[in-house]
Write a protein that binds this ligand. Structure first.
Ligand code: FAD
Ligand code: SF4
Ligand code: SF4
Length: 501
């Protein structure tokens, strides 16, 4: 495990840097000389036994120093990398001045969930990838830390009690249903309610928030932050119906025809776990990452002594997969007390789709990585519980459709490995319930709803869709962007203009 600078040390250095660079005009060369500010985080030895947030957030001195690194580029390439086009140089300039209220107001012109996106956006492949500072210093790690600044100003707004609910237009008398309660639906619901419609959100689970609540663990995204957004929706007058599974509790056509909804937004996500279809996947001790994380996050299974549904007592855990979901599952298993957790991945570190930061955090916490290995079967004991996994060694071959070199199994390299728990984290598909119970809703061969790119309108009149149910398993910011685009088109449709302004 690595040496760990604490928050006070990082703050002290930032205060000294502010004395050198603060309160004066800076030349580009000086800005480029300011070191990037490291994110303070909990010591890996400590955090591995708690569920608290790992990254604890910049101090005020750090955020100002980081903001001073921005060159305020006239062409702002970073903005092109942000799926919702936040005016990044403008919000960073306000943060550098210490005017956090104006800074967060700039972000909120384009994004409804900055405290969430500042934490979980894959910034290094979006806004920060295109940052001129990173390019000039020839390292993506040296780009301006846009997401961290975004997180700071959003948290400041909440801590300072400066959040204001948006104005609601006069009632239009129209009734709109929003199915699902993840980021796509939360954004659509807010924008539809602002326009003066009655908005009802239908969520299948007993808690709203989608993957933000049941998937992404507390140590990456505190649930209180998501709850704050949901409370804001309720305060705006959005009604949230829990335990309401559209397709079972009521069909889509019933909502439109019997319940009098004038329009519907579908944001039902991609919650159907994929399996490898190998022998032994039905043994006790095999979980989909979705089930494992849901039990931990939503049912608080990590709270061992209080949980009504405590999680399996694992000693040696294998996690199949190399994405963010695999990292979340592995790090959760560590926190739940497993002695040894191993990520089993068919390719190498270079091809791993998970965020670099998540991989680094997992390694710091003692998660092991077994590269170039693929599972062949899971073997159980006489009680039907996981005992071993047969793995085969792979080597890298030609690039496949994803552009990554494909794993090629080496015959004769099969070997048995001892594990008592297996978590399968190889991706999610869309839930087919609504599609199967709704005539006239067009989906593609993967089961994703087909929409008009600009308006998010589906093949059914008055029904719009966005987020993972359209894009396949994607990201929070893309889901949010689609929710916003759909709401804009729905507002036009409900106003009778039928056109996007
Ligand atoms: P979801 O968040 O999936 O919400 C859909 C909601 O609809 C759910 O609450 C579901 O219960 C409900 N629902 C489904 N069917 C019905 C029905 N028939 N009736 C009523 N309700 C229904 N993205 C990032 O950007 N950064 C990350 O770090 C990141 N980490 C992730 C970690 C994990 C473990 C997972 C699983 C995903 C992660 N993602 C991440 C992806 C991101 O969370 C999703 O892209 C995003 O949440 C999709 O939002 P959504 O609104 O489309 O759907
Ligand atoms: Fe970057 Fe995401 Fe913020 Fe856009 S929303 S500026 S991509 S961190
Ligand atoms: Fe600032 Fe980087 Fe954007 Fe330029 S590209 S405006 S330096 S954040």
């Amino acid at each position: 495990m690595i040496a760990h600078p604490d928050k006070a040390e990082l703050d002290k250095v930032a205060v000294e840097l502010l004395q050198v660079y603060g309160n004066r005009e800076l030349k580009a060369k000086e800005r480029l000389a300011i070191p990037p500010q490291e994110m303070p985080s909990q010591d890996p030895h400590v955090r591995v036994s708690n569920m608290d947030e790992v990254a604890t957030g910049y101090t005020e001195a750090q955020v100002k120093v980081e903001a001073l690194r921005c060159l305020q580029c006239a062409n702002a390439p970073c903005v092109k990398g942000c799926p919702v086009g936040i005016d990044i140089p403008r919000f960073i300039a306000k943060a550098a001045e210490g005017d956090y209220a104006s800074s967060v107001a700039v972000i909120k012109e384009s994004s409804m969930l900055p405290a969430i996106c500042g934490r979980v956006c894959p910034q290094e492949s979006q806004c920060q990838l295109l940052c001129t500072v990173g390019k000039s210093l020839k390292s993506i790690d040296k780009a301006v830390n846009i997401g961290r600044i975004e997180r700071y100003v959003a948290d400041w707004e909440s801590r300072a009690g400066k959040r204001k609910n948006p104005e609601i237009a006069a009632s239009t008398g129209k009734k709109v249903g929003v199915v699902g309660s993840g980021p796509a639906s939360m954004t659509a619901a807010a924008d539809l309610r602002r326009a003066g419609h009655d908005v009802v959100m239908f969520e299948a689970l007993h808690k709203a928030g989608g993957v933000l609540v049941y998937g992404i663990p507390e140590f990456r995204l505190p649930k209180s932050i998501v709850q704050e957004e949901l409370d804001a929706l309720s305060a705006m007058g959005v009604k949230i119906e829990h335990n309401f599974l559209v397709g079972r509790t009521a069909k889509l056509h019933d909502l439109m025809e019997r319940e009098g909804f004038d329009a519907l937004f579908l944001g039902t996500g991609a919650g159907l776990p994929k399996f490898l279809n190998i022998a032994g996947e039905n043994l006790v001790g095999v979980f989909s990452a979705n089930e494992y994380l849901t039990r931990s996050n939503l049912m608080r299974a990590y709270d061992r002594h209080k949980a009504g549904t405590p999680l399996y007592n694992s000693k040696k855990v294998a996690v199949f997969g190399g994405g963010n979901v695999a990292m979340d599952a592995a790090r959760t298993a560590k926190r739940l007390g497993a002695d040894e957790v191993t990520i089993v991945y068919r390719r190498t570190d270079e091809e791993m789709p998970a965020r670099r930061e998540e991989i680094a955090h997992a390694k710091e916490e003692g998660v092991k990585f077994l590269y170039l290995h693929a599972p062949l079967r899971i073997v159980g004991d006489e009680k039907g519980m996981v005992k071993q996994v047969e793995l085969i060694t792979c080597e890298l071959g030609e690039p496949d459709a994803s552009g990554r070199r494909s794993p090629v199994e080496i015959p004769g390299s099969e070997a048995m490995h001892d594990f008592d728990t297996v978590i399968v984290a190889i991706g999610n598909a869309s839930n087919p319930l609504i599609e199967k119970t709704t005539k006239g809703l067009d989906v593609n061969r993967r089961g994703n709803i087909i929409v008009d790119e600009e308006t998010c309108a589906t093949s059914m009149k008055g029904v719009y869709a966005g987020g993972d149910i359209v894009l396949g398993a994607a990201t929070v910011i893309l889901a949010m962007g689609q929710g916003r685009r759909a709401a804009k088109a729905m507002n036009a449709y409900l106003a009778g203009t039928g056109e996007v302004e």
